[in-house]
Write a protein that binds this ligand. Structure first.
Ligand code: NDP
Ligand code: GDP
Length: 329
């Protein structure tokens, strides 16, 4: 039996796949919470892509079902719990605000409660988000910057963040909150702007479509690579003392500039292919996010290793390869 046993909620998501790979490479026994779906064929697509599908112990469960979470924790007895599951798409959170609150907010409270009841000695990671800064109160956001959520998603994440802090302070849980800025990869959901762009660019390059419709091209994000960011999650749980950390690159660029880089990578001119469609605008926008990762660097020895240019190239190449092989993700 390996000494380190991790339970990951959201194991089928982008970060779940990268974190599973990272922990398996470190010799962990990895368990994942899997919510039941009628579409068995799409389960674990990301885990397959990253090459770990058969190596994860999957357990039926849903973040909204406390009794199920308790049962899974009793079975697994993990030393580390990574709570990555969420309704994670900001735009959808206006269409499904209550579901988002239930899963993304109360779901995290369920997980904390289950840990407190079953295995209070386990170390707990909460996937918090830079979206909590929303209408930014400082030009560069650090752990000390006040929050101002701008979507039901961000409000739910803020509740989960404060519950994590509260369980640490109330019950002495080793609970850390990683305030991660946007991070992307070939495994990013297709609805997020970066992947929508790299998939669109690949389709246009291969003659499968002519245009790409986007929303607010002026929004700016601090984009990093998921592979780098899951390492920061793990580092937080290796510290003697739990804490909260901003994880970011310290560089922000606009959607327009990300798009330009992607088109340039395949030798195409963006202006001839991109249109703006109001359907992709949001009721309230987060105009710009820029993180200060100084604390993560000082305390965890963590820095982002992948440049934006490398990230864009990797994503476009992966989408080109996928489309040529008629694969979908
Ligand atoms: P994804 O959307 O790719 O993955 C979300 C995961 O949550 C999926 O495995 C999904 O399962 C699971 N899930 C959703 N609802 C439930 C539920 N009710 N019960 C159990 N599992 C559920 O997200 P990412 O991997 O990109 O992000 C991981 C976490 O980090 C999320 O909490 C996200 O909000 C947060 N975050 C992400 C950032 C980013 O830039 N990627 C930035 C900051 C925070 P299924 O496969 O069945 O849909
Ligand atoms: P978010 O930061 O978690 O909301 O990640 P997204 O990738 O969904 O969006 C990042 C930014 O891109 C937001 O400011 C969006 O308004 C902007 N954006 C512009 N066009 C689009 C689009 O077509 N789809 C998405 N998802 N976002 C877009």
């Amino acid at each position: 039996m390996s000494s380190k046993r991790a339970l990951i909620t959201g194991v089928t998501g982008q970060d779940g796949a990268y974190l599973s790979k990272f922990l398996l490479d470190k010799g962990y026994e990895v368990h994942g919470l899997l919510r039941r779906s009628a579409s068995a064929d799409v389960i674990g697509t990301r885990l397959k892509w990253i090459g770990v599908a058969g190596q994860i112990n999957l357990h039926d469960g849903n973040l909204t079902d406390l009794s199920g979470l308790i049962r899974v924790l009793q079975e697994v007895r993990p030393s580390e719990v990574y709570n990555l599951a969420a309704q994670s798409f900001v735009k959808s959170s206006w269409q499904q605000p209550l579901l988002t609150g239930t899963v993304t907010g109360l779901g995290a409270a369920n997980m904390l409660e289950a840990v407190r009841i079953v295995c209070p000695e386990a170390r707990f990671y909460q996937a918090s988000s830079s979206e909590m800064y929303g209408l930014i109160q400082e030009p560069v956001q650090s752990e000390k910057t006040p929050f101002y959520p701008r979507s039901p998603y961000a409000a739910a994440k803020l509740y989960a963040h404060w519950m994590t802090v509260n369980y640490r302070e109330s019950f002495g849980l080793h609970a850390s909150s990683g305030i991660l800025f946007n991070h992307e990869s070939p495994l990013r959901g297709i609805e997020f702007v970066t992947r929508k762009i790299t998939d669109g660019v690949a389709r246009i390059k291969l003659g499968m479509q002519e245009t790409l419709a986007l929303g607010n091209m002026d929004a700016k994000r601090d984009w990093g690579h998921a592979r780098d960011y899951v390492k920061a999650m793990w580092l937080m749980l290796q510290q003697e003392t739990p804490d909260d950390y901003v994880v970011a690159t310290g560089r922000t660029v606009s959607v327009r500039d990300f798009c330009k880089l992607a088109f340039e990578h395949v030798g195409l001119d963006m202006e001839s292919h991109v249109t703006v469609d109001e359907r992709y605008l949001r009721p309230a926008e987060v105009d710009v996010l820029l993180g200060d990762p100084a604390k993560a660097k000082d305390k965890l020895g963590w820095t982002a290793e992948t440049t934006l240019e490398q990230l864009v190239a990797e994503m476009v190449e992966a989408d080109l390869a996928r489309l040529k092989q008629h694969e979908h993700l």
